[in-house]
Design a binder for this molecule. Structure first.
Ligand SMILES: *[C@@H]1O[C@H](CO)[C@@H](O)[C@H](O)[C@H]1NC(C)=O
Ligand SMILES: *[C@@H]1O[C@H](CO)[C@@H](O)[C@H](O)[C@H]1NC(C)=O
Ligand SMILES: *[C@@H]1O[C@H](CO)[C@@H](O)[C@H](O)[C@H]1NC(C)=O
Length: 373
């Protein structure tokens, strides 16, 4: 059964090379790297404090019937939604799930993202288990070895040329940096400029490695306005509708350097490779500021976990306790103290997919998908 699917797929890869015939199984393949914003369940299989494996996480995720899947939101993540919009028949399964097979790399793509992880290896160590970006790339290398075994080197190259490699990472590097308790463990603190530069240069190393492994279509998502998330506002005891400006400036400084670096990579490696910078900062800021225009009623409190620290979004299975949950999830921008609701993710995904150059640079994600390298 599995073998025949792969053979069918292989056959269509061959067709694709010879005649531009588009087959269902290669119409959209993505390899997803990142943190909890896009983790599709990898952390469920780690010993970690960063898990979304209990209700009400996943309450609006239809394929699971509302049960938690390890996604850190009530429904689909941004990368789930973008994949579906581009015609993916199913979501790339989490690499670490026991029922994910090596063949899924060819059939559906793979999700390597892990909650609490960062660009820097040390990021998230207080949560114990997580898969830092470097290891996520190592896992991809394993998937690629499988592809080469099954399809050969040349077909693997052709296959990977069409796939989209998205990286949504960096928030935790910055969140770790601004928390006093983490500084205490780290010892001396780098300057903000050093942090931004380390993030960009380390990320570049991972992008180059993916490129060496055959990735050509990249989407690198910048960091959002972390100074406005409930967790960070609570650290600073900020009143309603106020963000921690210094944190947002730190994020914007990083995003600017990231965008410059991606422009450089496009000059250096293009046109055989494309690096798209996805400006989630401006998209998400606009939702927070103009939330009523987008149909939301609340843009500063989490729907789940209450309005005050420690923001525990957790409901015991055996109780009808809905006290941790807001009444209408579609009216909240934030699902928990860190993550957007599915309602917000839908808006963000739509803008990144079809936005103009101020949102996705130099082309948007739909254009990247249609681009023939
Ligand atoms: C793979 O591609 C290279 C260069 O295009 C070619 O020389 C080689 O014969 C190909 N190998 C196979 C097995 O098709
Ligand atoms: C990566 O980040 C670390 C700090 O975590 C730094 O020591 C190292 O120099 C960085 N690597 C590069 C290539 O910038
Ligand atoms: C939970 O809800 C169901 C249906 O609404 C009800 O029949 C049941 O008695 C409730 N259980 C408790 C412990 O309140």
């Amino acid at each position: 059964m599995e073998t025949s699917k792969i053979l069918k797929c292989l056959f269509s890869v061959v067709l694709l090379i010879s005649s531009f015939h588009v087959s269902p199984c290669v119409s959209f393949t993505s390899f997803v790297f990142g943190d909890s914003l896009v983790d599709a369940g990898n952390n469920d299989f780690l010993f970690t404090l960063s898990k979304a494996d209990s209700p009400p996480y996943g309450i609006d995720f239809k394929p699971s019937g509302g049960r938690p899947t390890g996604r850190f939101t009530n429904g689909r993540t941004i990368s789930d939604i973008i994949g579906q919009s581009l015609g993916a028949k199913s979501f790339p399964p989490p690499y670490l799930a026991p029922n994910t097979r090596a063949a899924d790399a060819i059939l559906r793509g793979i999700n390597y993202a892990s909650g609490a992880s960062g660009i820097l290896d040390k990021t998230g160590f207080l949560f114990i288990g997580r898969v830092p970006l470097r290891e996520q790339v190592n896992y991809f290398e394993q998937s690629r070895n499988y592809m080469v075994n099954v399809m050969g080197e040349n077909r693997t190259k052709e296959f990977l040329k069409k796939a989209i490699f998205s990286l949504t990472i960096g928030s935790n590097d910055i969140l770790n940096y601004i928390q006093p308790s983490v500084t205490f463990f780290f010892g001396e603190k780098n300057s903000k400029t050093t942090l931004q530069d380390f993030m960009v240069s380390n990320l570049t190393i991972h992008l180059q490695r993916l490129h060496e492994l055959g990735a050509r279509k990249f989407v690198v998502v910048g960091v959002g306005p972390l100074g406005c998330i409930p967790f960070v506002r609570a650290l600073k005891l900020l009143p309603s509708e106020q963000c921690w400006t210094k944190v947002n400036e730190l994020v914007q400084g990083y995003n600017n350097k990231l965008k410059e670096e991606l422009t450089r990579l496009n000059q250096e490696m293009g046109p055989e490779a494309i690096f798209v910078y996805a400006n989630s900062y401006d998209v998400f800021s606009s939702i927070i500021i103009n939330y009523r225009q987008y149909g939301f009623e609340n843009a500063d409190q989490p729907c789940c976990g209450g309005y005050f620290p420690p923001f525990v979004c957790f409901k015991r299975n055996d109780q009808n306790d809905t006290s941790v949950l807001c009444d209408d999830r579609s009216k909240y921008v934030f699902w928990d103290a860190y993550h957007p609701t599915e309602a917000a993710n839908i808006i963000i995904a739509g803008k990144l997919l079809d936005g103009d150059k101020s949102i996705s640079f130099p082309i948007n994600i739909r254009e990247l998908y249609n681009y023939n390298l």
